[in-house]
Design a protein around this ligand. Structure first.
Ligand SMILES: [Zn+2]
Length: 92
């Protein structure tokens, strides 16, 4: 697959965080980027998040899903990037 631009990476990381937090799905373009299997990779984290109430990486609690999304992007960017990289490598 083509290398993702920095902007695309940011968009994908945000959509991953939203998916984990149980926000309305905006994952249709994952397929276009050959990243459909992200869904499966994130399923366990999504369950741990219990509908956006808890960070699956550090256990911190949140009242709003949007707060978890911001937290994931700000504090767990590295973990999300690692998952993204793992998924990209499957296609090489
Ligand atoms: Zn956390």
């Amino acid at each position: 697959m083509a290398e993702l631009s920095p902007r695309e990476v940011d968009n994908v990381l945000r959509s991953m965080a939203r998916y984990i937090a149980g926000c309305r799905k905006r994952t249709s373009y994952w397929r276009r980027l050959s990243l459909s299997h992200l869904r499966k990779s994130l399923e366990a984290l999504r369950k741990l998040a219990r509908d956006g109430a808890r960070c699956p990486f550090c256990g911190m609690h949140f009242r709003k899903k949007s707060a978890l999304v911001s937290h994931l992007i700000r504090f767990h960017r590295y973990e999300l990037l690692e998952i993204l990289e793992r998924n990209k490598r499957r296609h090489l």
